[in-house]
Design a protein around this ligand. Structure first.
Ligand code: GCW
Length: 686
């Protein structure tokens, strides 16, 4: 049968050894909010079990059941309601908010949450087990590592999506909410809930004030009504200068965050939003970055700007997320050796630690520049100790092949999540900082820019969905193994055939190293076009641009000197132990050498190769790996339905070709620039 991909990993395909005779008789949905997550869990269980076992179960509700109906049943709901129904609280060890207890050992399967959302997550987990052919008996509690597990959409109100590669927006067109296509939103909500995502910011951080019109507030209300049954709260991005836009709330002549009229204006807007969306997640704000307005216009600090919104949200329980991606793109000048965009975040936030309201959160891109193929962890994670933080990841593959290339990202994300920043000379893993644990913060967590669109594959490519799935799984438990996550996704998405498992595992696990090899190596950045598309090789664009994404490549040497001793001083933004590692060439890992140091092409790496020969070799190796993808996939013909087989083959074939374009473009560029021959005689001989 044709598979469009629209169900993603929630296909509930029949499982070969699934035996319906072992199933309980009923699904019991405990007393819960009408149309809330417990109800969604019950219908999801019904749908899933009917797909997996080809057997349909009744859902019964507390008003209608006799206790005898529950003897052989799947009981889903909150722990409190379970105690109400059965007279005794079950033992659910260490259950926290959004966590679930799953017990399949008795004739009464228990799927219990501390809250309703947790019960829904437990139901998805139970179905995930069964859909993977795992019928074992389990009894355990699972809690999320962090409370904030959000996605960001960069959808514009006209329906376009900034850095979106899966078609136009499912949320907006012509300046308003697509209230006639709520189905796609429901399907998206299911996918997000199934991986533990609990909020979505629906519009672009490059925000337009018109998100706040009366009509759009009502439209946002409809979006929130659609996501609410899945426990996914809705948030919005704000334009800082909205008070001066001509909206119904009155047109002010200032957007100064300390002006009392401005404060009242935002309070009024916020109250209006909460009147329609009482559980709104909060606001996301990009300010004073890439031309966006912000508090600095009025000589107010970023924290004062953030707190303007945090204070308006506070009475409603909302969260203000303030992006750390602040830099001055207009005045970066490469002829000044010490200038460095990487320094911007810590510089802009200097002196602000502890100045943010308790319900504010600073959202930090994983690296100091911008979602590159490899970056060191942002030092801001260690700088902010009295401020709650979240990491910002990118599922949409902006610099990483825009879904035309298979690049499985969780291994990249893990390099940052697992990095030890050694704050105060003690263990300070990024993942323990953002969970709130390391610096004892009340909240923190994860955001991913996802940018799904109306394409049936959501992201534009079937295989890219492993990145969305992997995001949710890592945000729930960042200690999980990326390959194990991937393999769950493969079983759920493509079934249980071992050949399918082998091929997609091999390709996916090889894909990020290959992409790094045929694009930018040794921490030089991705080397893609930086000026506009962020796609395809364009190493010459990596210098003399106003964005401050530079390589400083000349005839003899390459790399950004970010040392304190001779360079931009960026290395000194890290806590001492880490700073010392990066300050020194001999202790800097090869894969970040050119991020931290400016060296000759003939400099030898720890590996023994020279920098330039490493470039040449890596580009050949990366492209060679990509050449194996189409053939690995072709072995799956007949094992994957024709539609997904063909669509994927098309992309992998393209990737194989484009990897050669990348290889030759980059190698020829540095060969011409350096005049150094490839020891193996390949480069420049075409
Ligand atoms: O890297 C840049 C992207 C922009 C994006 C910006 C940001 C939303 O190219 O498209 O704008 O990052 O993260 O704010």
């Amino acid at each position: 049968a044709a598979e469009t991909g629209i169900d993603g990993w929630l296909r509930y395909a029949p499982v070969p050894n699934a035996n319906a005779s072992g199933l309980p008789i009923n699904i019991v949905s405990l007393n819960a909010t009408a149309n809330g997550p417990v109800h969604a869990a019950a219908s999801e269980l019904q749908k899933g079990l009917s797909g997996i076992f080809n057997h349909s179960l009744n859902v019964i509700y507390p008003t209608s059941y006799q206790l005898s109906d529950t003897a052989s049943s799947i009981v889903v709901g909150t722990v409190a309601e379970y105690a109400n129904a059965f007279g005794a609280a079950p033992k659910t060890p260490q259950l926290e908010n959004d966590g679930y207890f799953l017990n399949t050992t008795g004739s009464r399967v228990q799927i219990l949450g501390r809250n309703e959302r947790g019960a829904l997550y437990g139901a998805f987990q139970y179905l995930s087990m069964l859909a993977q052919g795992n019928f074992s008996e389990v009894a355990y509690t699972s809690n999320p590592d962090a409370p904030i597990r959000w996605v960001n959409q960069w959808d514009n109100l006209d329906g376009s999506i900034e850095r979106g590669y899966g078609g136009p927006s499912i949320f907006f067109s012509n300046g308003t909410v697509k209230i006639n296509s709520l189905d796609r939103m429901t399907q998206y909500a299911r996918l997000l809930a199934s991986i533990g995502v609990n909020a979505i910011v629906v519009n672009n951080v490059n925000a337009n004030a018109s998100i706040l019109t009366t009509q759009n507030v009502e439209g946002l209300g409809k979006i929130a009504d659609t996501f609410r049954p899945y426990g996914v709260r809705v948030g919005i991005s704000l334009n800082f200068a909205s008070p001066t836009a001509n909206l119904v709330y009155g047109n002010l002549s200032t957007f100064d965050p300390l002006d009392s009229e401005v404060i009242d204006w935002w309070q009024n807007v916020t109250d209006t939003l909460y009147a329609r969306i009482p559980d709104m997640a909060g606001y996301l704000v990009k300010a004073n970055s890439e031309g966006q307005p912000g508090p600095l216009t009025y000589n107010r600090t970023l924290a004062e700007g953030a707190n303007l919104f945090a204070n308006a949200l506070e009475p409603h329980g909302g969260i203000l997320v303030f992006r750390a991606f602040v830099y001055d793109s207009q005045h970066l000048n490469e002829s000044v050796w010490t200038q460095d965009r990487a320094n911007a975040a810590v510089e802009f936030f200097t002196g602000l630690d502890g100045k943010f309201a308790e319900n504010a959160l600073v959202q930090i891109k994983y690296g100091p520049i911008d979602f590159q193929v490899r970056e060191p962890a942002s030092p801001l994670f260690a700088y902010l100790r009295n401020t709650s933080t979240a990491i910002e990841l990118e599922v949409t593959q902006e610099y990483l092949g825009q879904q035309n290339h298979l690049v499985y990202l969780p291994p990249l994300w893990k390099t940052v999540l697992d990095f030890d920043l050694r704050a105060n000379h003690s263990k300070s893993l990024v993942r323990d900082i953002i969970s709130g644990e390391r610096f004892n913060r009340p909240m923190g967590g994860y955001a991913a820019v996802v940018n799904v669109g109306t394409n049936n594959t959501w992201l534009g490519s079937h295989l890219s969905m492993s990145n969305l799935y992997g995001y949710g799984r890592l945000a729930w438990d960042p200690t999980s193994d990326p390959q194990a996550i991937l393999q769950d996704w493969i079983r759920l998405t493509f079934g249980l055939d071992p050949a399918v498992m082998r091929a997609i595992t091999n390709m996916s696990m090889a894909s990020w190293p290959a992409y790094e090899n045929y694009t930018g190596n040794l921490g030089i950045q991705t080397l893609t076009d930086i000026l506009y598309t962020h796609y395809g090789p364009n190493p010459q664009s990596q210098d003399n641009n106003p964005w401050g994404q530079w390589t400083r490549a000349d005839h003899d040497s390459i790399g950004m000197d970010r040392t304190v001793a001779n360079g931009t001083g960026f290395a000194g933004q890290y806590p001492d132990e880490v700073a010392a590692v990066y300050e020194n060439i001999s202790t800097t890992p090869d894969n970040l050498l050119l991020w931290f140091h400016h060296v000759n092409y003939t400099t030898r790496l720890h590996s023994g190769e020279t920098v330039i020969q490493h470039f040449y070799n890596a580009h050949y190796a990366g492209a060679e790996t990509a050449q194996t993808f189409p053939t690995q996939w072709e072995a799956l013909q007949g094992k994957v339905d024709a539609q997904r087989y063909n669509e994927t083959l098309f992309r992998l074939t393209y990737q194989a070709g484009h990897s050669i374009v990348w290889r030759d473009a980059i190698n020829n560029f540095y060969h011409n620039l350096s005049g150094i021959a490839d020891a193996q005689g390949r480069v420049g001989n075409h």
